[in-house]
Design a binder for this molecule. Structure first.
Ligand code: NAD
Length: 428
């Protein structure tokens, strides 16, 4: 869905401008100077490279690739690497920026970065993807490293991609599993990484329900997206005693007013893409799914799913953003005016990067944790982060989204003022 399809002025912002729209509201509350706002909105460094890759048919192809390093005052740059035909500099910049605020709001010692290669992995063989990844590592080698910038999987990249990354890094620099996260368990990955983001959606969602005085048992939840985030979120909400009314993927969804049998649906989806044919419910379109009456809505698929046009029809009390930027700035304004509470993406889906942080810690220590320890430490971090955001929202009388930016920006600016000689005195 294109943000420009609606007429609301805020929906015309690019993804990067939309992130900074939310950030600037927080910056005004924190009374930052114009120079400080400039520094925290603009990326620290942007790399654009062209990757020449040998194809299986003996030809060459050249793929544009980007790595945007947004901010590293609190620790090494951190963020995923996506392979997708629609990757643009603006999108990578927006996602890098979001990573800075995500790592800050959950208070893990990383900054923010993102990378992307404009390619169509669905049309490439495994060998071509391996060669592409290895060329990419050689082009990135001067700006990444275990204490500098630590990539991870994102859209269309996976633990295998990270394994190639580690191996190529060992050739061009030295062997260190901490050069990336999201690795297979056999070469230094962390237990608990698969379920981390879905668990984070549950933990922050339940914290939000508690704050709003909502009952958990028997309340209803609708989830868009049934991939890594959506399917684990559905599993955990179901296990918490909530009724999962509907879920969907890119082909459409399935609805059952009495609640879906989630364990069975997960088994079904491992073999079948068309969720609408699941016999435990009836088919529903993605557009209708978003407008179902429910207590909690968790958009966990794609960006801009909710905008100023469909926001008036959303019929829920609480939205937990499993995906990155699932609500446009215009949609956010409409929903907030309607009194619908939103747990913002930088908090709700920070479970993944938090376990990535645990993976990196384990790699540095060469000591590996149990799954229980990973998930318990993740839960503790997210409870603390939610409390800080909800408290900041109450103190400043703002939405949870604006409060999350207040918490995140305050932390980054405090570090910036401490690290830069004379900066604090001259610029504030
Ligand atoms: P995934 O590829 O595993 O799953 C994506 C799901 O969305 C699939 O079910 C897909 O069919 C569905 N989808 C795609 N287009 C759709 C459409 N037009 N309408 C409805 N559904 C559609 O991806 P994921 O890892 O679950 O990530 C989902 C979102 O969460 C993305 O925005 C991603 O950036 C964000 N996110 C993921 C993680 C993580 O750890 N996986 C962490 C933070 C944020």
């Amino acid at each position: 869905m294109s943000a420009t399809a609606t007429t609301h002025p805020l929906d015309k912002l690019s993804t990067f401008e939309a992130v900074n729209h939310h950030l600037k509201a927080a910056a005004r509350r924190l009374e930052l100077s114009d120079k400080e706002v400039h520094l925290i909105t603009r990326p620290y460094r942007e790399l654009k490279v062209e990757l020449p890759v040998h194809l299986d048919n003996g030809e060459w192809a050249i793929f544009p690739a980007y790595r945007v390093q947004h901010n590293n005052v609190r620790g090494p740059f951190k963020g995923g690497l996506r392979y997708h035909p629609s990757v643009t500099e603006d999108e990578v910049r927006a996602l890098a920026t979001l990573m800075t605020w995500k790592t800050s709001v959950v208070n893990i010692p990383f900054g923010g970065a993102k990378g992307g290669v404009a390619c169509d992995p669905k049309k490439m063989s495994e060998d071509e993807l391996e060669r592409l990844t290895r060329v990419l590592v050689r082009r990135l080698d001067v700006i990444v490293g275990p204490t500098v910038d630590i990539p991870a999987p994102d859209v269309n990249t996976n633990p295998q991609t990270m394994a190639w990354f580690v191996d190529e890094w060992a050739q061009v620099a030295s062997y260190h599993p901490g050069v990336v996260t999201g690795k297979p368990l056999e070469i230094g990955g962390s237990k608990g990484r698969n379920e981390a983001t879905g668990l984070g959606v549950l933990v922050t969602g339940l914290d939000a329900m508690k704050r709003l005085g909502m009952k958990v048992e028997g309340s209803t939840v609708v989830i868009q997206g049934f991939g890594n985030v959506g399917s684990f979120a559905a599993k955990f909400f179901h296990e918490a005693g909530m009724k999962v009314l509907a879920v969907s993927n890119s082909l459409g969804g399935v609805f059952n007013a009495r609640g879906l049998d989630v364990p069975n649906l997960i088994r079904y989806s491992e073999l079948n893409r068309d969720l609408g044919k699941f016999h435990g419910g009836e088919p529903i379109s993605n557009a209708d799914l978003l407008e179902l009456r429910c207590d909690v809505l968790a958009p966990s698929a794609l960006d801009n799913a909710i905008n100023a046009k469909n926001a008036p029809k959303i019929d829920t009390k609480l939205i937990v953003e499993g995906a990155n930027s699932p609500i446009t700035a215009g949609g956010d304004q409409v929903l907030t005016e309607r009194g619908i509470h939103i747990v913002p993406d930088i908090l709700a889906n920070a479970g993944g990067v938090t376990v990535s942080y645990f993976e990196w810690v384990q790699n540095l220590q060469n000591y590996y944790w149990s799954q229980d320890r990973v998930l318990q430490e993740l839960t503790d971090i997210l409870h603390t982060a939610f409390d800080e955001v909800a408290t900041a929202a109450e103190q400043n009388q703002v939405s949870w989204r604006e409060a999350a930016f207040i918490v995140a920006v305050r932390r980054v600016v405090a570090a910036q003022r401490l690290r830069w000689y004379g900066y604090g005195k001259k610029h504030h």
